[in-house]
Design a protein around this ligand. Structure first.
Ligand SMILES: Cc1ncc(COP(=O)(O)O)c(C=O)c1O
Length: 399
């Protein structure tokens, strides 16, 4: 074998050992057919999808699908290039204007994915003279953005404002050139940033704040703008990044800012300039989904009803969960990686698909069964998820 592949051998060995030890292969799950926003065919049978991030269940919304079909017919399948080279389509610009109005911000930029939005912002806004202070549990796209850029990176303890304060203090003069980065809802445990305390600290030190609202857009806040809206601190957050791939049910990313000068950075961002822009059907369905998100609080309410039912049901069974009710519900089992994999497969054979998250991708170090709920789940489906987990509980108690 060519030696370039040598470095992957330990990874492959770990994977092979897990498959041999558990008798389950979690790495090659194929969704054979998508049936609805909450159901799919896996291994030839219909399962309830409880790990999709499809928070508002809009992937099959008739208005979104119709908007995508119209754009597909009228503008084609793709843009075949970047906005810098090929030009922006009117719909890209319209979506940016709609995001600016929605967030009440003077600046908005749309990117091809949320990953790319974070790469672009974190590699460009902060340069070699600047510092990024990020919560240690931040998403990989934030870490990768810092790797593409040249700023000094310092991590602070997860959701620990005192640790953030201590590290800002140590920076002395450099604090004015510091970007603090946190998330609205953290993607693995579903917990929220203590944003009021963080805003207070960054104001006292004169630092700048970015909040990634990927999992909180459409989920938190009266209007669905996220955690900053929910806590009434939007005017003090400098940048919000997010994705279209969760509550809006499409693909794409964005950054909005209270600073109109964000526009100066557009043509300095390599991940903006050197990748193709989002396709017409994606942009059109995203615009429609944003319109629905704006006009409907009912979906958000249904999502939270579902989250509360599942969280309280699992807590009553004695499962160890993330610290607060959230549409992301992580179940930490007193079990090894191999045992957790077997239990994940047991859920699948009961007709429930959840995310199996293995270390080192987990914040806690141990494996997690991560559920994410949707407004499109019915009470009957939530009960089915609970029934499957209660079976797991029995297996754990009487192996
Ligand atoms: C916190 C966070 N930021 C950014 C992203 C990237 O979003 P996208 O899927 O649009 O690339 C994700 C996706 O999982 C995420 O969880």
């Amino acid at each position: 074998m060519m030696s370039l592949f040598d470095k992957f051998l330990p990874l492959e060995e770990t994977r092979t050992e897990l498959v041999a030890g558990s008798g389950v292969d979690p790495f090659h799950v194929v969704v054979e057919k998508v049936v609805s926003a909450t159901e799919a065919m896996i291994h030839g049978r219909k399962v309830i999808m409880a790990g999709t991030n499809n928070y508002l269940g809009l992937t099959f919304d008739p208005e979104c699908v119709a908007a995508a079909c119209t754009a597909l017919r009228e503008e084609g399948t793709g843009t075949t290039g970047s906005r810098m080279a090929n030009g922006s389509y009117a719909a890209h610009v319209a979506l940016e204007n709609e995001l600016a109005v929605f967030f009440n911000c003077p600046a908005a930029i749309v990117f091809s994915t949320g990953y790319i939005a974070n790469l672009a912002i974190l590699s460009t806004l902060v340069g070699p003279e600047d510092v990024i202070l990020l919560d240690v549990d931040c998403h990989a796209s934030i870490y990768d953005g810092t790797r593409l850029g040249a700023a000094r990176v310092i991590r602070f303890r997860h959701n620990d404002p005192a640790d953030l304060e201590k590290r800002l203090q140590r920076l002395g003069q450099r604090v004015g050139n510091t970007l603090v980065v946190v998330e609205g809802i953290y993607s693995m445990l579903g917990d929220r940033a203590p944003l009021r305390e963080i805003v207070d600290i960054k104001n006292r030190f004169g630092a700048t704040l970015l909040v990634d609202e990927a999992h909180s857009l459409g989920v938190l806040g009266q209007q669905g703008r996220g955690l900053a809206e929910e806590l009434g601190v939007e005017a003090e957050v400098d940048f919000i990044t997010g994705t279209f791939s969760k509550s809006l049910g499409t693909i794409g990313g964005f950054c909005v800012s209270r600073w109109p000068e964000l526009e100066y950075a557009r043509y300095a961002m390599r991940p903006y300039m050197f990748t193709a822009s989002s396709s017409p059907p994606l942009i059109s369905s995203t615009r429609k989904a944003l319109e629905i998100l704006c006009r409907s609080t009912a979906l958000r309410k249904k999502l939270w009803d579902n989250a509360t039912q599942l969280y309280q049901g699992l807590a009553a069974m004695g499962f160890e969960l993330g610290p607060e009710i959230s549409p992301v519900i992580a179940v930490r089992l007193p079990a090894s990686v191999s045992e957790t994999t077997v239990l994940w497969n047991e859920l699948l054979s009961q007709g429930i698909y959840v995310n199996l998250v293995l270390p080192p991708a987990t914040p806690s170090g141990g494996p997690l069964l991560r559920c994410s709920l949707s407004a499109a789940h019915s009470k009957v489906q939530i009960n089915a998820i609970l029934d499957a987990f209660s079976l797991i509980k029995e297996k754990l108690q009487h192996p």
